[in-house]
Ligand binder design. Structure first.
Ligand SMILES: NC(=O)c1ccc[n+]([C@@H]2O[C@H](COP(=O)([O-])OP(=O)(O)OC[C@H]3O[C@@H](n4cnc5c(N)ncnc54)[C@H](O)[C@@H]3O)[C@@H](O)[C@H]2O)c1
Length: 389
């Protein structure tokens, strides 16, 4: 079994190290900050102990997993690794520096991967002399629990590297989807309207936070409403992802961030982690009541859902991923109750086009333009899938 290197021992790095060690690999975990490495060691020990207490893992196995993770103080320890996954700070210049250094340490056939959420894999790969060994391997948080992993070859990546990396991640029990090296890959692109359209509805005064969350959970069946989820992710993080995607798409109005979220983030109302976001998490705070008007709820659901479907259809139209992978990414990466393209079939493609056109006629904004693929499909009477799920 090849040795795995993980670079950066923060939330993602520690989780990825756990996944690889659980799959039986020796793991070399390095962080430039010794305190972060120590914290990761304590955190991993605690997680494994908890799994033993809950009866999900035998004590001896937990000890063996922990013993396979080597916390190291220098990158030179990566020299005999077969795959290295980088999960350091989201900064292109620093990532490039690190990849360059990695290449001077590892063997010629070592695969180098980045867990970046938003940077271009092509630009990270370009820092390497042998750029065809570089690709994106994007885990979701928390890595040990989330099944989905996006595999992102850059234009430079050798197809054998993509194949080997995919097989390796699948052997770790993950479900992989193949995504084009475009902003947000699949999940962070297709999910934007879940937050953005909910915020727009709030800003227009159509409904309040509790009502939008109620509609999306109780009527549409999502596990969490958009505002509860944004508070959970952190408004600072969620805002930055939106802003990054918006800029990366040359300011396409479809991805425009919302002032409401920017102000919350600026005010330090980050969500659960700061005790306050869209909701107040302090003890004894009263939870706001939703307006459970079914008609209003359905209007909210129809609007957010049609925007999500349009985004998924456009990702397919632009060959970001296959239709199967787009649906799998959203159900396994962010737990959507149904794949958006299957949902489109169920709703009726013509209905989806009508929904987008009504929004565009009302607002006259490019934000609401219908994907050419949906329009063509409606005209031809096509569906995304022939067979029911
Ligand atoms: N947090 C998420 O939900 C999530 C999900 C998917 C992908 N990602 C991506 O994963 C990466 C890491 O995110 P995170 O949330 O784990 O961050 P984090 O801040 O928790 O951890 C980053 C770690 O990298 C270390 N580090 C910084 N510069 C370094 C360097 N030059 N060399 C070695 N170590 C260095 C830091 O000390 C820190 O411990 C980012 O690229 C992020 O976009 C994050």
């Amino acid at each position: 079994m090849i040795k795995i290197g993980v670079l950066g021992s923060g939330s993602m790095g520690a989780g990825i190290a756990q996944v690889a060690a659980t799959a039986g690999h020796e793991v070399i975990l390095y962080d430039s900050n010794p305190a972060a490495l120590e914290k990761a060691s304590q955190k991993l020990q605690k997680i494994l102990n908890r799994l033993v207490e809950k009866g999900r893992l035998e004590d001896a196995r937990a000890k063996a997993i922990f013993a396979r993770i080597h916390f190291v103080a220098a990158m030179e320890a990566y020299q005999d690794c077969g795959l290295i996954i980088e999960a350091i700070i989201e900064d292109l210049a620093i990532k490039k520096q690190v990849f360059k250094k990695l290449e001077s340490i590892v063997a010629k056939d070592c695969i180098l991967a980045s867990n970046t959420s938003s940077l271009s894999i092509a630009s990270i790969a370009a820092a390497c002399e042998n750029s065809n060994r570089v690709l994106g391997i994007h885990f979701f948080n928390p890595a040990p629990l989330m099944k989905l992993v996006e595999i992102i070859p850059a234009i430079q990546t050798d197809s054998a590297v993509t194949k080997n990396a995919t097989e390796m991640i699948e052997a770790w029990g993950k479900l992989t989807v193949l995504a084009k090296d475009t902003p947000g890959f699949i999940v962070n692109r297709v999910a934007r309207p879940f937050y953005g359209e909910a915020l727009r509805i709030l800003e227009e005064g159509i409904a309040d936070v509790a009502t939008i969350d109620w509609a999306m959970t109780e009527i549409a069946g999502f596990r969490m409403g958009p505002f509860t989820l944004m508070d959970y992710i952190g408004n600072d993080i969620n805002y930055i992802v939106t802003e990054t995607v918006f800029k990366a798409f040359y300011f396409d109005p479809r991805y425009k961030p919302a002032f409401t979220q920017k102000r919350l983030s600026e005010a330090g109302y980050l969500g659960r982690k700061s005790g306050r976001g869209y909701y107040d998490y302090s003890e004894g705070a009263a939870a706001p009541q939703a307006n459970m008007d079914r008609k209003l709820g359905e209007t909210i659901v129809d609007r957010i859902l049609v925007m999500l479907i349009n985004e998924a259809a456009d990702a397919l139209y632009l060959n970001v991923a296959s239709k199967e992978d787009i649906d799998l990414a959203m159900t396994k990466g962010v737990n959507y109750p149904k794949g958006l393209l299957r949902w489109a079939d169920e709703k009726g493609i013509e209905q989806c086009v009508l929904g987008m056109d009504q929004l565009q006629q009302e607002y006259l904004e490019d934000r609401y333009r219908c994907s050419p693929l949906l329009r063509k499909m409606a005209k031809e009477g096509w569906q995304f899938f022939d067979e029911p799920a």
